[in-house]
Every structure is written in C-alpha cells, then in structure tokens.
Design a protein around this ligand. Structure first.
Ligand SMILES: [Zn+2]
Ligand SMILES: [Zn+2]
Length: 303
C-alpha cells in the first residue's frame, strides 16, 4: 500500500529520546546482529529489534528508517516450536533483505539530530560522566537537563600497601609504602554476582586487619528476608520446617558476614551464602555485619 494515512497520534517519547533510541537500535555491534549478515558490505541503516518467544515458538524482528517500518514474524502456524526460531537468526536477515529491496540499494537518509540532543564524554564501563579515575571514556549522545549527571561510581582510586597487598585508609596508611590503584567498585549485589560468576576483573583487596579506624563504605545489603514482609507461622508444623533464609550481598573485598538476631550473634556466612533461621513469633531485629563493622538491619515480623 502506498500513500499517507491520517492517524491520530500521541507522542510517548520526546524527539530527543526517540532519536537517541533510534541511534542505539541502529548499531551493528550487538548480540542480536544476524551472523549471516556479518560480512555484508552495505547494510542499510535501520533501527531494529529482535525477539524470541519463550519455548522458541516465534522469532520476530521489527525495523524502521525514516520511510518504512517493517515487521517480520517467523514461526509455525501450528504454534510448534523449533530450535531455529531465534529472532536474530531467523527473522532479522529477512528484515534486512526487505529493507535492501525496498530501498533499491539507496540509502534512505536518516533522522536529523534534534536540538535537545547533545554529545558528551562518559565512562565506557558505567556510562556515567567520568570521574578522574575512569580509565576509558567514550562519546555518547545525551539529553542536557534530563540525562543523569552524577559521575561514575564504579571506578575508585584505592590505597594499597605495596608490601602486604592490603587496602589502606587514611587511618592506617601513615608510614606505609602506599600505591594508588584504580578498582571497579560495584554495588554489593553486583559484586557478589560478578565474584560468583568469575566476572570480577580485580577484586578490591581486604582492608588492613590492623586498622583501628572505622572504615566507611557500603556495608552488606540484606537480600532475604524482605524488609516489609510479614511471616506467618503455620500451626501444627514444627518451626524447624518453617525456616527463613537469611542472605546478604557484600561489598567487594568482604569475605565474611555476621548475622545477629536481636543483638546476639546467630551465624557466620559468606557473602551470598544462605543461612536458615527458625523464627519465633514476635518482632525481631535482624542485623548483618561484615568484618569491617559495616552493617545493615531490618525488622522481621513473625506472627
Ligand atoms: Zn568509570
Ligand atoms: Zn584502615
């Protein structure tokens, strides 16, 4: 069908946000780029996204340029699944072929950059504006006045004792041979995940055990139980069968966590390790602390 159709439209995203998303969706360095197109010399500029349904029953891709929007669905009309039904491999190549065919090999041009879009330098790892320790920066589009301006929170300069390898702070660095090194300091939940999956490039070293100062920084984060949940004990079932899992993530460098219940040490655990607690009815104060003395607490209600 050709010609323009009049449709009532409602704008959902600003012009600037739409432009930036279109730029991101037209990048070729991405996991859903079809392998059959990897060496194609002239790929038409298209913003596109693929999808694969649960159980591989559908593989789709939708793409657009200033002139056309194309959707491709591949699948069996019977709904039967197939291991080949992956959006990136089954439908994206068709999408690209269609754009090549309708464009007659001509570039359709591209959207012009709106005035509310500007470029800035950001940390290549966090995507946040760089701090003075970020090792690699890249240039990215952003929306002045809208995009976050907080500098990178991942890269941190840390003082390390060149003899022992321990991390030092202002309380314990005096008189020691100190080297400055930039580490990736991920939030506790991510640090635990990266350490468990072997993706942490360089773990922040343990703090000098002889340090007498209180080390400030992010403490453990209680992942389970939930702060706002109320646990209800079921009658006639032994409390040992109604245990609650206690689990916390810790900042990189923390090796051991200490669980306290109502102020008394209950158990020691590794970051990310679950320990089980058979609660009694009532209100309990649950505290998780690391070896640096950093802690977080929550109130546990059991009825
Ligand atoms: Zn950074
Ligand atoms: Zn210290």
């Amino acid at each position: 069908m050709t010609g323009k159709v009049n449709i009532d439209t409602t704008r959902l995203f600003s012009e600037g946000a739409s432009y930036i998303i279109s730029e991101i969706l037209s990048e070729l360095q991405r996991p859903d780029f079809p392998s059959s197109w990897e060496f194609a010399p002239d790929i038409p500029k298209v913003a596109w996204k693929t999808g694969t349904s649960y159980g591989r029953k559908d593989a789709w891709s939708v793409g657009y340029n200033p002139d056309y929007t194309v959707g491709v669905w591949t699948g069996n009309f019977s709904g039967e699944s197939s291991p080949d039904l992956v959006g990136a491999e089954a439908s994206a190549p068709l999408l690209f072929e269609i754009f090549e065919a309708i464009g007659n090999g001509q570039s359709a041009g591209w959207f012009s950059q709106p005035e509310d879009v500007a470029t800035r330098s950001v940390c290549a790892l966090s995507g946040q504006p760089p701090n003075s320790d970020c090792p690699v920066t890249v240039t990215e589009l952003y929306l002045p006045g809208v995009s976050p301006v907080a500098p990178c929170t991942i890269h941190k300069m840390i003082l390390v004792d060149s003899t022992s390898g321990y991390r030092l702070c202002r309380f314990c660095s005096a008189g020691k041979k100190v080297i400055e090194r930039v580490y990736e300091d991920w939030p506790p939940k991510l640090a635990t995940y990266f350490a468990q999956s072997g993706k942490l490039a360089m773990a922040i070293p343990e703090h000098n055990p002889d340090c007498t100062g209180t080390y400030a920084g992010e403490g453990p984060v209680i992942v389970s139980p939930n702060d706002d949940a109320v646990y209800v004990l079921r009658a006639h079932i032994p409390s040992s069968d109604q245990e609650i899992a206690l689990e916390a993530s810790a900042a990189a460098g923390a090796h051991e966590l200490f669980w306290f219940i109502d102020g008394e040490l209950f158990k020691r655990a590794k970051p990310g390790e679950k320990v089980f607690y058979a609660p009694e009815a009532g209100i309990h104060k649950l505290t998780c602390s690391d070896e640096e003395g950093r802690s977080s607490s929550l109130t546990l209600r059991v009825e």
